[in-house]
Design a protein around this ligand. Structure first.
Ligand SMILES: *Cc1c(COP(=O)(O)O)cnc(C)c1O
Length: 400
């Protein structure tokens, strides 16, 4: 089955490089767990047999010790607009958020507040609340429209000389709202605060310009649009201007000046390596590297362009086929303000999503009443999306 939009799509041929794209299953959750690449299958086997199995402990000296920073530079250059030496891979996003938030509040002594929005991803809010408790700080909550997201005006009204840190998401996990990172960062800096951006839902689909935007700190996960596989390690960005003065709270041997000296004291090594704590997950980095190479081959701007077209098409199909059932679009309609997914709302979505999974159409559900359609630009086709929306229509028609 072919689709005119796929025929016209210059990135369409890349889809067959992903495992499983030859099956009729409709996968609309690439923003939660990206599909693996077929090259990764071979890469994993070769790694186990030759690098791990053959080089054994020598692998650390030969390649693995530098992998968290080498891969960090690759992600930085292909996806983040970050010059080398500012991105490291390791830990989970949650742990990195803790490390970076804790670093930020320590770098703004005397300031008493963390600004964060009530609709940020749960882990971001929980980590901020934990640090507030630990450090005797207060959270200043921003209330947002859950079909949109945080604006410059919201942040301008929330920051002041009490603000240590503003912690927000580049793309909202719920609505896909794209925050104006440059303008919000400027407003926070004018108040003397630091800014931490969560890039989980943008990295690999919505380009960032972290250096140009003046961002202080950022973190993101790699198993969504970077297809690193379940539990693949996260990345953090710390602007070069902060690297010599910022110190992170999980003082581990991998961030020490000479880890193999096994010395009595912790003296953070210079550069981004100081943000590592313990032994990084090498196996988890291999798949990320394959996907970053593919994004580089396609070009992040071409990826973004297809992402905008896919999400626009999803909205067009929803308006045409689902609006009559009372389904509404709970994501921005302006493609420039919308990331790589679209959320559709209906009070009975909690019943609809399991019926879709039974029919091999896999989006996800976000309470209350949100059907989230994740459109991973390199592995999703327009035909696949159309079949998915058609099945949603069928389920609504039979809902009774
Ligand atoms: C997916 C996601 C996370 C996940 O954090 P983990 O530590 O990897 O579980 C955090 N924040 C946002 C905004 C996300 O979308």
């Amino acid at each position: 089955m072919t689709h005119a939009l796929d025929d016209a799509d210059p990135l369409a041929p890349l889809r067959e490089r992903f495992v499983g794209t030859d099956s009729p299953l409709v996968y609309l959750d690439g923003n939660s767990l990206g599909r693996p690449l077929t090259v990764t299958v071979d890469r994993m086997r070769a790694f186990v047999e030759d690098e791990w199995g053959g080089r054994l402990i020598r692998g650390w000296d030969e390649a693995w010790f530098d992998l968290p920073l080498d891969l960090g530079d690759e992600i930085g250059s292909v996806c983040l607009g970050a010059a080398p030496g500012q991105v490291a891979v390791g830990d989970s996003t949650t742990v990195l958020l803790y490390k970076l938030m804790r670093t930020a509040v320590a770098a703004r002594p005397g300031r008493t507040e963390i600004v964060i929005d009530r609709d940020n991803f749960p882990t971001d809010r929980y980590v901020a609340m934990g640090i507030a408790g630990e450090c005797g700080l207060t959270i200043r909550w921003i209330d947002v429209d859950t079909s949109a997201g945080v604006t410059v005006e919201h942040v301008a009204a929330a920051v002041g000389e009490q603000t240590a840190l503003v912690a927000l998401s580049h793309v909202s996990y719920r609505s896909a709202w794209v925050a104006d990172v440059a303008a919000i960062t400027r407003v926070a800096h004018d108040a003397g605060a630091l800014v931490l951006w969560d890039l989980c839902h943008s990295v690999g689909s919505v380009p960032a310009e972290l250096d140009a935007w003046g961002v202080d700190l950022a973190a993101g996960c790699t198993y969504k649009y970077l297809n690193g596989g379940p539990g693949s390690p996260a990345f953090c960005y710390v602007a070069g201007r902060h690297l010599e003065t910022f110190a992170q709270p999980i003082q581990g041997w991998m961030g020490n000046t000479d880890p193999f000296l096994m010395g009595p004291d912790y003296v953070p090594v210079s550069g981004i390596r100081r943000f590592l704590s313990g032994t990084p997950a090498v196996v988890g980095m291999l798949a990320i590297q394959d996907m970053v190479a593919l994004v580089d081959e396609a070009g992040i701007d071409a990826v973004r362009k297809k992402s905008e077209q896919l999400t626009s098409y999803a909205i067009e199909l929803a308006d045409e086929h689902l609006a009559s059932y009372g389904v509404t679009v709970a994501s921005p309609r302006d493609p420039a303000r919308r990331g790589g997914h679209v959320t559709l709302h209906h009070s009975r979505m909690a019943e609809v999503v399991p019926a879709l999974w039974e029919r091999d159409v896999i989006p996800d559900y976000r309470d209350p009443g949100g059907l989230r359609i994740g459109l991973s630009p390199l592995s999703t086709s327009y035909g696949e999306l159309e079949r998915g929306i058609d099945t949603v229509r069928e389920v609504f028609a039979n809902l009774g």
